[in-house]
Unconditional design. Structure first.
Length: 345
């Protein structure tokens, strides 16, 4: 084999001259640290986070809107894959969704920097922004996180606070809220039912509300709960759908037309929390309404945060994770109140 390499290289050496040197391929992954130039136990650590993606939502034209919380902006990827900035100052927007009229609902949060801590609606034709709610009982929200819209046009959103700095909080509760068609806001769930609410979704038949309960503390919930949803918006019959145990639980989720939950959850490497194991690898976990784990789509990046269905027949799953927007073809249509499923997006 070596003789064959030499015969192959002779013409190259003749051209480049005797001073040219070729490095034979070797396993560079095992190369040690430069001895004496750095400490033996030195390791690279993040100096700054400039991009943290969340909250994908897809419109009728196939445009994907998704948040960059760290960058304080909302990005837009068109059907050709071109990414532009949709909103430069997003108020630390986290979750997004569309209502039945194609208006973008956004949760302006309070994580990774000062945010506006409110729920807003954007008219995608005019660009006009309407503040739907910024306070409850005269107190500012903690950090609106995720949202969904039911078939009657009501907007549901979660309001936890994950950041370590809680000095600016005006409430002593992390809750789930509902905005009715008249604009009235009602607190629907509190710590009595939910430890720390995060992702939220409603079943295609409009009869079940799902809430992800994700608290990374020791003994904290990493669970998905279901509630019966009555026509008047009232909730009852809380029940456990799935428990992620001691791993990183769910973040955002969406539902397909069969009622299955597609949940962004897990981590691939420790993130400095001794209360959190690596039992749940990063991926999209597909769970039946009865709580059966149907499978997992692995995602090779931390932190996986949220998902949305788009594309023709809503058979493309978009996934936000770390600095990357992923997509994955699926064989079932996702559920959303907009755009109607019979329209090609």
């Amino acid at each position: 084999m070596m003789k064959q390499w030499c015969r192959t290289l002779l013409p190259i050496v003749a051209v480049l001259g005797p001073t040219w040197c070729l490095c034979i391929a070797e396993d560079l992954s095992k190369t040690p640290l430069p001895e004496g130039l750095v400490a033996k136990d030195a390791a690279a650590t993040p100096a700054a986070v400039v991009c943290f993606l969340e909250g994908p939502a897809v419109d009728a034209a196939g445009n994907v809107f998704f948040s960059d919380i760290a960058g304080n902006r909302i990005l837009k990827m068109d059907a050709k894959g071109v990414v532009t900035t949709f909103r430069a100052d997003s108020g630390r927007t986290n979750g997004n969704c569309f209502d039945a009229e194609g208006r973008l609902i956004s949760c302006e949060g309070g994580e990774q920097g000062p945010g506006r801590r409110r729920i807003v609606r954007t008219d995608m034709k005019t660009g006009d922004i309407t503040v739907l709610t910024d306070k409850y009982d005269g107190k500012r929200y903690n950090s609106p996180n995720d949202c969904c819209v039911d078939a009657k046009g009501r907007i549901w959103f979660t309001d936890p606070r994950y950041g370590a700095d809680r000095t600016d909080l005006e409430m002593d509760v992390e809750a789930v809220y509902c905005i009715d068609n008249a604009g009235k806001v009602k607190r629907m769930l509190t710590q009595t039912e939910i430890d720390r609410p995060n992702g939220i979704a409603i079943a295609p038949d409009d009869k079940t509300l799902y809430v992800i309960d994700s608290h990374p503390k020791v003994g904290g919930n990493r669970k998905i709960w279901a509630f019966d949803l009555a026509a008047d918006g009232s909730l009852s019959k809380q029940r456990l759908v799935y428990d992620f145990g001691k791993g990183r639980g769910g973040d955002g989720m969406r539902i397909d037309m069969n009622g299955n939950l597609w949940v962004a959850a897990g981590i691939n490497k420790p993130r400095g929390n001794p209360a959190e194991s690596l039992d749940v690898s990063a991926g999209v976990y597909v769970i039946s309404p009865a709580g059966k784990l149907l499978g997992r789509i692995p995602i090779p990046e931390d932190l996986i945060t949220n998902v949305a269905f788009g594309g023709p027949d809503r058979k493309t799953l978009y996934v936000t994770a770390g600095k990357t927007l992923y997509r994955f073809p699926v064989n079932v249509s996702g559920y959303a109140v907009y755009p109607p499923l019979d329209r090609k997006n």
